[in-house]
Design a protein around this ligand. Sequence first.
Ligand SMILES: Nc1nc2c(ncn2[C@@H]2O[C@H](COP(=O)(O)OP(=O)(O)OP(=O)(O)O)[C@@H](O)[C@H]2O)c(=O)[nH]1
Ligand SMILES: [Mg+2]
Length: 286
Amino acid sequence: MTINWFPGHMNKARRELAASLARIDVVIEVLDARLPRSSRNPMLAELRKETPSIRLLNKSDLADPEVTAQWLEALSRDEGASALDISATENSDIRRLPGLCKTLAPHRGGVGKTVRCMVVGIPNVGKSTLINTLLGRRIAKVGDQPAVTRRQQQFHLDGGVSLCDSPGVLWPKLADQEGAYRLAASGAIRETAFEMQDVALFAARFLAQRYPEPLAQRYKLDTIPSKGPEILEALGRKRGFLKRGGIVDAERAAATLLRELRSAAIGRISFETPDDFPPPEADEAD
Ligand SMILES: Nc1nc2c(ncn2[C@@H]2O[C@H](COP(=O)(O)OP(=O)(O)OP(=O)(O)O)[C@@H](O)[C@H]2O)c(=O)[nH]1
Ligand SMILES: [Mg+2]
């Protein structure tokens, strides 16, 4: 099944972002450390134009640390603009951020001036959490589901920096469906926009290929079956998710796998590495 999710509120949020970005000094782009490329909204890059930006790879506490190191290296090498890996819940990871924003907008540094920052990114990536941690208070509404923030909201930090929270936005057509499945598996897409079992099968095949040991350990599997449905079946049996007649409840097994993947109960998992994205020259080779 093709996954796309661009409901009306997101289109409105996109228009509001386009209008507000003209009055913004620094864009703070929050990406998901587990899928830094697939969580990058190509629409935001267009809307931002020349406004300086900082890229944050958030939820790095859930990502595979070795893969995050590869991403940090690749991002600074390939695109000239480095990124920081953070957990938005950890003040120690982000307390330098306001100072960094100021250095990117030196013309806004005078007395009585404010460096106006906008926090942007896909749904559920941790934008509002980041703002709450910087403020030291739970003011922005946070929740573990996409589309919690529905309108822009501005907050003032001490020291002449303002932060605007914004609703998470995706883009109208998720052309890279592999990326769309990663987004769904990570929790960025509302669950009514995809088939749970489809995405769980994708996740099961991915884990069997890239993270077989954590998968086997979590579900006490002696061997990992080769096909996605068989992995879900084995998981369901181990957990005792049986329906009448001893048939495995595949929907329950799917929901469990996705929940435990998202919370890192299976382990710290990254959904993609820089090597999954060949450089443009390789595409043009023949
Ligand atoms: N483990 C972990 N969880 C995080 C981190 N940052 C945010 N979260 C969780 O991710 C979920 C989404 O956080 P929000 O701050 O509401 O995300 P958002 O980007 O504002 O989402 P929308 O408003 O829906 O676009 C919440 O359950 C947070 O607790 C992080 O660094 N690590
Ligand atoms: Mg939010």
